[in-house]
Design a protein around this ligand. Sequence first.
Ligand SMILES: [Zn+2]
Ligand SMILES: [Zn+2]
Length: 843
Amino acid sequence: MQDRYDPKSLEPKWQKHWAVKDLFRAGARSGAQKKYVLAMLPYPSGEMHMGHTRVYCITDVLARYARKRGFDVLHPLGWDSFGLPAENAAIKEGLHPAIRTPKNIASFKEDVISLGISIDWSREITTSDPEYYRWNQWFFLRMLERGLVYRRKARVNFCPSCNTVLANEQVEDGLCWRCGSVVQEREIPEWAFRITHFADRLLEGLDGIDWPERIVTMQRNWIGRSDGLEIEFPVIGAGEDDAFRVFTTRADTIFGATYVAAAPDHPLVQRLLKGAKKKEVTAFAERVRAAARQVGEGAAAAEKEGIDTGLRARNPFTGEAIPVWVANFIVAGYGTGAVMSVPAHDQRDFEFARKYGLPIRWVVRPAEEEEVTQVAARKLVMEERAFTDYGYLFESGPFSGLPSEQARLAIAAEAQRRGIGQPSVNYHLRDWGVSRQRYWGTPIPILYCDRCDPQHKGIPVPDEDLPVVLPDIDVKEVLTGMGEPPLAKVASWVNTTCPKCGGPARREAETMDTFVDSSWYFARYLSPHEDKAPFLRHESDRWLPVDVYVGGPEHAVLHLLYFRFWTKVMEQLGLCGINEPAQKFVTQGIVKGRDGEKMSKSKGNVVSPREIIAQYGADTARLFILFAAPTEKDMDWSDEQVEGQFRFMGRLWRLFLARAEQVRGKIAHASQAQGEALELRRKTHRTIARVTQQVERMQFNTAISSLMELSNAASAFEPQDPGGEAALSEALEVLAQLLSPFAPHMAEELWAALGHPASRRDEELTLRPWPVADLPLIAEETVHIAVQVNGKLRGEVTVPAAAAEEEIRTAAASDPKVRNWIDGKTVTKVVVIPKRLVNFVVA
Ligand SMILES: [Zn+2]
Ligand SMILES: [Zn+2]
């Protein structure tokens, strides 16, 4: 060992050693159980961020630990290299994404390696590589054959002065990111994945996986299944079939429906309105859409607004004529695009009714509590709230008196009998629109031929013509951010021959959403260079599902939903035998800057992993990140804690420098250890047991604390005889072993100092089995205590040797055999003789 701990020289040495010996290759232990540990696919932005660093530190501990536990471990990494940032940068700076991307990847990869992450690089994939994205195209065609891809109309953001479609990220406060014009909305055809086909299976799958409850709830809400009734409210004075179909989960409140609220662009409203009213509603619809774009999809507009259309509909149960309003919170594409509004029993309807002076009528009241009647309800109006719970119906004709649960079903049955309604299931989940008007993505494998396909429904590119490769382009000419989609401007590419008639055809000029790339990459790692299939069945049978998936909670809805959807498709295609991609999912908290705020360039509080690795080494960086907070919690950057970990490394170094040579190979006499040496042995084995449990539970911060304690105990120990030297030898061996998932470079140095040459395969620390705690050695710390009742032996309990009298008494009294003799009797006295005996005296 060198005198001074110098991570700069030793860390690259070990990184090279691991690579040369190919120690992280998956599939090398074919007889062993598999463990697939996966970090979310990163976008290679050039430099690894602190957030990435944290994810890889976590997966690396799991992967290194699993290898030492004898698993065949798969721990791969690749690059989510298509996408808008590279394209936007190209528009601004004129640098081709195909030139920028490999540079970024190389730089990012270097960072991952310098952190000592144990990746099997033979499985590296790059999604912008035709070798990868041809399979996106292949999947698209298979889904098209099965009706899981279809063409629909979609509303998009459009900049009239750039004459181009904009992504949501390219709209800033309703203005074009490039020229600042006000963004409009246009309707264009797009391709969509029928993810709704799997809505129920996506819900059911959540029951069998070990994901954070919060994420499961978000998935459930996003899919948003609701069971209810679809029922017609006919328009008064219109055609016989002109009725608003509304969906409700609360049919029991129908007698309280005092108006219909429809989406501003509801087709029936558009059709029935005339003249000035129509103009007013159309202008309102336009305003609502503009506002929705600013707020962002899915977010609720703050202020509820509406217009009375002047139309009247009939409540099919009360027979009353009620007004039809359009409102900004009703969305045309969702459900039926109209709702029956029951202000007394729905808070949103309540607020709207209060604002516009619409009638509020109570028809459900709580059971035993204070009765809600039209009179008592005035109090609720004063408090500005609806009564939204289930209860008992009143003023509801023949249904009065029924509890809500029964009334829901009875009213639905009645509606069905009268032929005006039917039970219906609704989902919040929408199909997934995948067309993007961009260059840097997977070309959609579709052609349009005027002769064979006059309606332009799309002709699939034959499999043998895959991949449809992105053309090389003149960036300045094509990536202007203006006009048609970039690929439409590449005449030599977009004009082709029809595979059916041999005549002229045009390629689809749009590319796929990059979420497609990250939907199935975890399976491509199994067969990264396979050219006959996306991956091989025997590989998916071996490796799937992912055992532990680690990533940020910000992907809770979209990515995780798409990747679950894609897995169900892959199962249908017979590519794998599983239908959920990841058995366990772990979210990691964010790393905050020195000021306790989220790191961001604009705040100037970003800490770069490179900086930390250069100054302190990768091991210190890893230990700090794993130690500063539990995995799922946010953590603050702390220079003091980084220093603290660096000092811990220094202490370990000095401990081994002082003792390694002296105790090297002397472990054999461990059984002779006595007194303090025996105590050290117990400490060592307790640490093994603890760290093992802590790693299993992903409590890395407490595991590192346990290692620090053992290091302190070993430093304080002075060996006096062969038994003492053996105990210290054992402690140091165990320290090096247990440290290796956390600070692998340091661990290798310490391991080598103990006389384990890395030149011998059987001495490789990476593959050496994880230490096993000597349980009897720790168990000696408990004692068996006889339990008597009135002097007769009735049972025996085991308690810690150091247990207090109270603890011993409680343990004895709760022993089932003893309870048979004392339950129901009065204990007049308890005698406790520590480490030996308890006697209950009962009357
Ligand atoms: Zn523009
Ligand atoms: Zn044709």
